[in-house]
Design a protein around this ligand. Sequence first.
Ligand code: SF4
Length: 332
Amino acid sequence: MKKIGITTTVPSEVLIAAGYSVVDLNNTFITSENYEECIDIAEKAGFPKNLCGWIKGIYGACILNDIDEVVGVIGGDCSNTKGLIDVLEMKGIKVYPFAYPHERDIGKVKESIDQFMRIFNVTNKEVEHTRKRLNRIRLITTEIDELTYKKNIVNGFENHLLQVSLSDFDGNVDEFEDMLNKKLLDIKKRKPINKKLRLGYIGVPPMTGDIYSFVEEFNATFVYNEVQREFAFPRFQASQNIYEQYYNYTYPFDLNFRLDVIKKEIQEREIDAIIHYTQAFCHRAIEDIVFKEKIDIPILNIEGDKSTHLDARTKLRIEAFLDMLLDSKEMK
Ligand code: SF4
């Protein structure tokens, strides 16, 4: 099956209906043994030092894995992707553009997805057929997410990893579904994780995956991974068609819709506090100002750069934050 790289979540139903194996270059980069080499390749090619590590990692992963077709998302995701795809095209990689509309408007979402279907020469019927197939998998991750916060038998890292993987279904839909089904059986045999603090993670998925195990050392666990959950399309059952499904996706649109969903999940999951992860040199870091104003539980903003491990200063800040939360919860 022919591979196609993506720079963020796109309507993968269209690509799979067109016969592609989808490769989320973010996942390829961050799980790669050659993780540092991906960044080195980009910096040697001239990507600036003061550019987000994800963009450099995506570029390096593309080159190292001989990806020759990529969907570059030029609207609703990252302002740096335009520059990235210019370089990819110069390197001879075929780039297909996709843009989420600026406004959250169902008509505009439909225009974007219809255009995407025309590029890949697939019909609405084929896409809906694929969507139904993928929804079987979305149902499993929805259950795993519920088991995370209702039964406390899934840890924060697993919750993160399994949901973030729905951007590309690990490149093989059938194998991914088998793996998830086995995982679910295993999860259901577990005993609950008893931690005093229930945390929410918001923001782009972390470069520093050790944040999940680190908080567990301090009687805390993540029961919500905001953007990762969006990648899994948790509201797919309320969507009649592909247009509604992507209209109900919070990440590319304005912060108000995203905030409504976050606030609802804070209530539903009984979350004590939020850790907002931002990436060095990312414009999305500005969103922290709005989150701190509009969310009425404690929020700690941490920033990652190129390392896959939390640095000592960030660890100290998280530890102090969790200590303060534990004290205040015990006093209550
Ligand atoms: S972290 Fe920010 S700058 Fe980096 S790829 Fe994502 S949106 Fe772009």
